[in-house]
Design a protein around this ligand. Structure first.
Ligand SMILES: Cc1ncc(COP(=O)(O)O)c(C=O)c1O
Length: 368
């Protein structure tokens, strides 16, 4: 079975972890955490990084740092992971959905302004599968309407929009470093920002809001969202080779596109002018003429030894959110179509040309 993803870990990661173990700094203090934060923030083009234990809590921490008034509305795409909505609900905000662009799979910026009300306080674009949302018009709307922007860049490490990196354009950017991500720490995440005040708040909230002067006196309820020095040791080794990882993803995508571009029945990922897509995962969308949906197609590929994953199911179709009274009667046709017709092919960092060839052969056969 060709796996959908596998991490690429090197001897340097092993050496750094060994150094962390030998030093005895295995919890949330130690040189690797500050170094990892500094290097990742610098890579994203911003001044501050706050490393946390996963990408889901990175989103929650970013929201908590903003301290929006209860009931604030935050606009985000329906086509995303539940982590985004969970972060909003857990910080007292209300999710307001928009559909997505059928080609980039990122939120439809044109729809954002139509959803703004007097209660809107922020926008949460999600850079989907490695391609960034259309940030220029989005930031312009945010500036004009005085809204914060929380970029979910979990899937877009190193992606660029007119020369600026994912996570470094909005008020805050959030990353996941789960094992399938371009840069991984096993489990991990980070909030990045250029705003020193927000960074300081996020740092305090990450660590239970201990006070510097009187440690056990608390003025606010914080979280324990800390990362360990062991994870950051892997993270630092990974950041040191992020360019290689991004190049591998782009090479993989070029090979897939070359072999699949003439196959009838498939929509392939795009790269809009001025955008650098990092193809975190190589997604394909089945045309309506194809006789099976994504789940059926995945079963056929599995029989051929090819593992895949389905696209996200829209937030407006989630029972846990519908039961709470959200999104009643709402429909987002592009999201609905993507969730039924989209899946991603093996996209691991170690994927070789022969494997890509085998996957493409299986895809052609399953479509025939
Ligand atoms: C877009 C997006 N946001 C957030 C997350 C959550 O990250 P984590 O799994 O590290 O909690 C993911 C995870 O894959 C993701 O794809």
């Amino acid at each position: 079975m060709i796996p959908v993803s596998e991490p690429l870990l090197d001897d340097r990661a092993l050496a750094y972890v060994t150094e962390a173990v030998r030093s005895g700094w295995i919890s949330s203090e130690g040189r690797f955490i500050s170094e990892f934060e500094r290097r990742w923030a610098e890579y994203c083009g911003v001044g501050h990084g706050i490393a946390v234990c996963n990408g889901t809590v990175a989103l929650e921490l970013a929201m908590a740092a903003l301290a929006l008034p209860p009931g604030s509305e935050v606009i985000l795409p329906s086509f995303t992971i539940i982590s985004c909505v969970a972060a909003l609900l857990r910080t007292g905000c209300r999710p307001v959905l928009v559909d997505c662009d059928p080609a980039t799979w990122c939120l439809d910026v044109g729809e954002v302004e139509r959803k703004i009300t007097s209660a809107t306080r922020a926008i949460m674009p999600v850079h989907m599968y490695g391609h960034m949302a259309d940030m220029a018009p989005l930031m312009e709307v945010a500036r004009r309407r005085g809204l914060a922007v929380i970029e979910d860049a979990a899937e877009a490490h190193g992606a660029e929009y007119h020369g600026r990196r994912a996570g470094g354009i909005g008020t805050l950017g959030c990353f996941s470093f789960y094992a399938n991500k371009i840069v991984t720490t096993g489990e991990g995440g980070m909030v990045v920002t250029d705003d020193a005040g927000l960074a300081e708040r996020a740092r305090s909230l990450r660590n239970l809001c201990f006070r510097r002067d009187q440690r056990f006196l608390h003025n606010e309820l914080g979280y324990n969202f800390r990362i360990t020095n062991l994870q950051a040791a892997i993270g630092l080794a990974q950041v040191e080779r992020v360019e290689d990882h991004v190049s591998r993803k782009r090479r993989m995508a070029a090979l897939y596109t070359e072999r699949l571009c003439n196959v009838a029945g498939l929509k392939l990922p795009v790269e809009r002018p001025g955008v650098k897509n990092v193809y975190w995962m190589y997604g394909v969308v089945l045309d309506d003429v194809v006789d099976v949906d994504a789940a059926g197609f995945a079963r056929r590929l599995r029989e051929q030894g090819v593992d895949t994953r389905p696209f996200f199911l829209g937030m407006h179709e989630q029972p846990v959110l519908r039961e709470r009274g959200f999104f009643a009667g709402e429909s987002y046709p592009v999201t609905e179509r993507l969730s039924r017709r989209g899946l991603y092919l093996p996209s691991g960092l170690g994927l070789g040309e022969a494997e890509i060839e085998k996957v493409c052969g299986a895809v052609r056969q399953c479509l025939a």
